[in-house]
Design a binder for this molecule. Structure first.
Ligand code: K1U
Ligand code: ZN
Length: 168
């Protein structure tokens, strides 16, 4: 397994729209393992392939306290918004390190995806899991949490990220 380099906002590659995965083969399994390793190393609870400069529709998530419940979703889609009542969560992003912002999203969604065995999965995601999956699916569309903020806040974050890069 390998730890991959995470792209940092405002890297333009984070705006790429990811391509569907046609075949779940060994290279996709290896990518999912590397993404999980990268997510755990960064102390994240989710990661989209876009963030490691791979423009394929795959996300990994683990919202368990013990960090022992990895979920890999290939070609994920939202089938249904189960609870359209928006809930506010403090969202973070490994591509925007050190920034947390309150955002509102539907609190429960039904997700369809392929698993690592290539079989269809249906998942009811609620609360934090729902938020993280929606956040990661946004990455696959080239969309980021900063896009929900005001121009002023986004500019402040852009400047903070420039300082972060200079300090690396
Ligand atoms: O970069 C990412 O997309 C991962 C991101 C996922 C996420 C977390 C919280 C709300 C929405 C999406 C993170 O893992 S940020 C990392 C983080 O510091 C965190 C860890 C535990 C709980 C909350 C945030
Ligand atoms: Zn993110």
């Amino acid at each position: 397994m390998a730890t991959l380099k995470i792209l940092i906002f405002p890297d333009p590659r984070l705006r790429t729209i990811a391509e569907p995965i046609k075949e779940v083969n060994d290279s996709i399994v290896k990518l999912s393992e590397d993404m999980l390793e990268t997510m755990y190393a960064g102390e994240g609870i989710g990661l989209a392939a876009t963030q490691v400069d791979v423009h394929k529709r795959i996300i990994v998530v683990d919202t368990s306290k013990e960090k022992n419940d990895p979920v890999v979703l290939i070609n994920p889609t939202i089938k249904k918004i189960i609870n359209s009542e928006n809930k506010s969560y403090s969202e973070g992003c490994l591509s925007v390190p050190g920034i947390f912002e309150e955002l509102e999203r539907p609190s429960a969604v039904e997700i369809a995806a392929l698993g690592l065995d290539g079989e269809e999965i249906t998942l009811i995601a609620e609360d934090l899991l729902s938020v993280v999956i929606q956040h990661e699916m946004d990455h696959l569309e080239g969309k980021m949490m900063v896009d929900f903020l005001s121009n002023l806040k986004r500019e402040i974050i852009r400047k903070k990220m420039a300082k972060h890069r200079a300090a690396q």
